[in-house]
Design a protein around this ligand. Structure first.
Ligand SMILES: NC(=O)c1ccc[n+]([C@@H]2O[C@H](COP(=O)([O-])OP(=O)(O)OC[C@H]3O[C@@H](n4cnc5c(N)ncnc54)[C@H](O)[C@@H]3O)[C@@H](O)[C@H]2O)c1
Length: 259
């Protein structure tokens, strides 16, 4: 039987209190990893408390605002004080911002950049010193970062994250640290639950698999990218989007010509 070889590895997941981050934490624990789950709340969030620890200390919760450099420094210090190294980092925390082109403010742009871009940069800067060769970083982008998704500040932040990821893959490669990106499409989480029904409907029309994705479907790809099974994969970007980003604008044409 093939194994993900994640047993005993220490993985930090940001924004792990709910949605995709909580699923990543849960699946990592199931795969035998030690998970340091982080999120904004001071106490362990309910969605995470439901994760059954497969072994004692398999899941540790630490509060962390990814936009706070000092918070990252404290986390790195705490990990070192436990005598642990970091084998994996999932920069999952992200916020959305739905203002459109002519309404978006500089403050909108700054807020999403602070979390979606600077958060990942600070995480890499704080934890790379604790990572040995064979470690892996996974950044969570979005189909927004592959397309002209309408909420401009969010979209610009996810395009920026792609640039950051590629620089990180190049810079970390010689140290044996891999950096890859997943680009989720419409995944059922509290984030998308707050979107208008029209958004879901229109996205489904552009999605060849014809359905939304689950948090486990993103987590599965994240676990693969953290695993030594993907040891020669770095600087890669994997859409986990039911085919939404792959067809350009061709799907509506194809659908119209089906007769
Ligand atoms: N759900 C989707 O359809 C979808 C699609 C594409 C990309 N994404 C991306 O996937 C990631 C996870 O999204 P989700 O749908 O699970 O979102 P979510 O809103 O359900 O969960 C995000 C988590 O991040 C945490 N968070 C927010 N700001 C933070 C900060 N400053 N520091 C630390 N934690 C913070 C929140 O508290 C929350 O627990 C995000 O980066 C998002 O942009 C989601």
């Amino acid at each position: 039987m093939i194994s993900l070889q994640l047993e005993g590895r220490t993985v930090v997941v940001t924004g792990a209190g709910q949605g995709q981050g909580a699923a990543e934490a849960r699946l990592l624990v199931e795969a035998g990893a030690r998970v340091i789950a982080t999120d904004l709340a001071s106490e362990i969030p309910a969605g995470l408390a439901a994760v059954p620890p497969a072994a004692a200390n398999a899941l540790v919760y630490r509060p962390l605002d990814v936009a706070d450099a000092e918070g990252w420094a404290k986390l790195a210090h705490w990990i070192q004080s436990q005598g642990w190294q970091v084998d994996g980092l999932v920069n999952n925390a992200g916020i959305t911002q739905r203002s459109r082109l002519l309404d978006a403010t500089v403050a909108d742009l700054q807020r999403v950049y602070e979390v979606n871009v600077a958060g990942a940069l600070l995480g890499i800067q704080a934890l790379a010193p604790l990572m040995a060769s064979g470690s892996a970083i996974v950044n969570v982008g979005s189909v927004a970062g592959l397309t002209a998704h309408y909420p401009v500040a969010y979209t610009a932040s996810k395009w920026a994250l792609r640039g950051l990821s590629q620089v990180a893959a190049m810079e970390m490669g010689p140290r044996g640290i891999r950096v890859n990106t997943v680009h989720p499409g419409f995944i059922e989480t509290p984030m998308t639950a707050s979107a208008k029904p029209e958004f879901k409907q229109a996205t489904l029309a552009e999605t060849p698999l014809g359905r939304t994705g689950s948090v486990e479907e993103v987590a599965g790809v994240v676990l693969f990218l953290l695993s030594p099974l993907s040891s020669y994969v770095t600087g890669a970007e994997i859409p986990v989007d039911g085919g939404q980003s792959g067809h350009g604008a061709a799907k509506s044409v194809s659908d119209a010509m089906r007769g």
